[in-house]
Write a protein that binds this ligand. Structure first.
Ligand code: XMP
Length: 515
């Protein structure tokens, strides 16, 4: 295992992922982690991340000084390297002109860390401070035109520093450098694979849960589906999967999900249909936040009832992922000590928090995984691509894509229009090009003409976006001939729609969803 000590870098997660791509397990911990805590985890190596600070800043984050003598190989990246140099008696200078962007790395000593990397390889720089004088015992092993100390090494103590960011995509020589560090310097073996993860987590679930019963709310997404599969393999019928069907899923999805689990995976699913109740609760409600609140409330209620009906349960299975763990660790600061506190319970995006009397112990087998790793696991256990690569779909579902009041009629219209959007995007081979592609129904009517008849019907808005993470997004330049087919099909096939509009707003200022 490799530990990444995070000094506030936006790239720490990327470092963790690059190491895992080399099939070595990695974890991100706070820079405050003590040498003793690190020893207990018994890592093969440590990476000090970059960070926004300068070693000269007041209150700049510093690691525990015992770290240097712990006897485990350490690689400092950017700020991590400067900190290493400053702490070990070298000298870092503040420079007026930073160095940002691509730089060719010229190798002076092609040993261990730089083995098999071509001199002249492009690396990505982003720094203003630089190492001017190396600490005793260090050797310069590579430079760039602007940075004399681009890579330094103390081979005896196995301490290394790189001024650039080997983890970012633009660093062409980054992946081999990371592989050299983890394989040759830290002696890690490439054993972090999907198969070993599945095997190990099944063992861990068995030990943790023993003979107790576990409840899982299945949503149809890749996380809860993968979770169901792992748990079922581990504990069989001690697992109860409940699918709460609030009536806001897409066309055919509830039936497909239940069928897939029961018939293909032989995992029983309790299909709790509460469609009427949700619709009733939303009667007359037009405010988006109020809608979300009511849906969250009804979901908890339905979930509570299901847990009583099928329970009692000792454990609740949650699809918490590694970024949720890091994020909650990053954002929760103990006001007394200023320490980051890792809060493990995911604030459920869709549920708005479970009530206190519905507290279970948690089993969260995916909490070590990044999303793409969950997909790999899902794929390896046989989940079909339509689940593994499904576009994100919000918990409140189609209800927040009907502007204004949600009615049964509007739901049916939107469901049919949404199906056409997805069919055409897939048919034209564009599904994987977009983050999301869906339809929104507006609660107004406009005049149209079909045949010789005047129509007065709803407009449908097409919302198709590209995005990396959903935090920002751009409207997708969907080819005109695809838009044309979608528009024609929607107005011709979906009764109640006579106009199709295209949303060309990026996020910000728009959001991806309309409510
Ligand atoms: P917005 O609309 O905020 O959406 O730009 C960003 C991403 O989050 C998804 N989203 C949700 N996902 N429950 C979810 O699980 C929700 O309540 C929810 N609201 C928005 C949205 O689809 C997009 O991918």
């Amino acid at each position: 295992m490799i530990i990444i000590l995070d000094f506030g870098s936006q790239y720490s997660e990327l470092i963790a992922r690059r190491i895992r791509e080399a099939q070595v397990y990695s974890e991100i911990l706070s820079y405050r982690t003590t040498a003793e805590q690190i020893r207990q985890l018994n890592p093969n190596g440590i990476i000090l991340s970059g960070g926004p600070s300068s070693v000269y800043d007041n209150g700049a984050p510093r690691c525990n000084p015992e770290l240097w003598d712990i006897g485990i190989p350490i690689l400092g990246v950017c700020y991590g390297m400067q900190l290493m140099v400053d702490e070990l008696g070298g000298h870092v200078t503040r420079s007026e002109h930073g160095e940002y962007g691509k730089a060719a790395l010229f190798i002076d000593n092609p040993t261990d860390l730089l083995a098999n990397i071509d001199s002249g390889s492009i690396m990505w720089m982003s720094h203003s401070d630089s190492v001017q004088q190396m600490p005793k015992g260090f050797e310069l092993i590579a430079h760039t035109d602007n940075t004399s100390c681009a890579v330094i090494a103390d081979h005896d103590r196995k301490l290394y520093g790189v001024q650039f960011h080997p983890e970012v995509v633009n660093s062409i020589g980054g992946p081999p450098l990371i592989r050299n560090f983890v394989y040759h310097i830290c002696n890690c073996k490439p054993t972090w694979t999907t198969a070993t993860f599945v095997e190990e987590s099944i063992q861990e679930i068995r030990v943790k849960v023993a003979k107790k019963r576990v409840l899982l709310a299945l949503s149809g997404g890749v996380d809860s589906s993968t979770l169901a599969f792992l748990l079922h393999k581990a504990i069989g019928d001690q697992l109860t999967c409940v699918f709460i069907d609030q009536g806001f899923m897409r066309k055919y999805e509830p039936e497909r999900l239940v069928k897939l689990f029961q018939e293909q995976f032989h995992i029983p699913v309790e299909h709790v249909s509460v469609r009427d109740r949700f619709l009733r609760a939303l009667t007359g409600i037009t405010d988006p936040e109020e809608k979300r609140r009511i849906i969250g409330h009804e979901f908890i209620h339905a979930f509570e009832e299901a847990s009583k009906e099928f329970g009692p349960f000792d454990y609740l299975a949650q699809g918490t992922l590694y970024p949720d763990v890091i994020e909650s660790a990053n954002t929760s600061i103990d006001p007394q000590t200023g320490e980051r506190v890792a809060v493990k319970i995911k604030s459920h995006h869709n549920v708005g928090g479970l009530p206190r009397d519905l507290i279970f112990k948690l089993v969260e087998p995916l909490q070590k995984l990044f999303k793409d790793e969950v997909r790999q696991v899902g794929r390896s256990v046989g989940l079909p691509e339509e689940i593994v690569n499904r576009h994100p779909f919000p918990g409140p579902g189609l209800a927040i894509r009907i502007i204004g009041e949600v009615t049964a009629e509007r739901l049916n219209i939107l469901r049919d229009a949404d199906l056409i959007v997805r069919q055409e995007i897939k048919h034209h081979g564009l599904y994987h090009d977009y983050w999301q592609a869906f339809a929104v129904l507006l609660p107004i009517r406009s005049v149209g003409v079909m045949g010789d008849q005047r129509t007065y019907a709803y407009p449908i808005v097409l919302r198709v976006v590209t995005s990396e993470d959903g935090m920002t997004a751009d409207w997708a330049r969907v080819p005109h001939h695809v838009l044309e087919v979608m528009s024609n099909r929607i107005v011709n096939e979906v009764k109640g729609v006579n106009r199709v509009l295209l949303d060309i707003t990026s996020k910000p200022p728009g959001t991806i969803e309309w409510e």
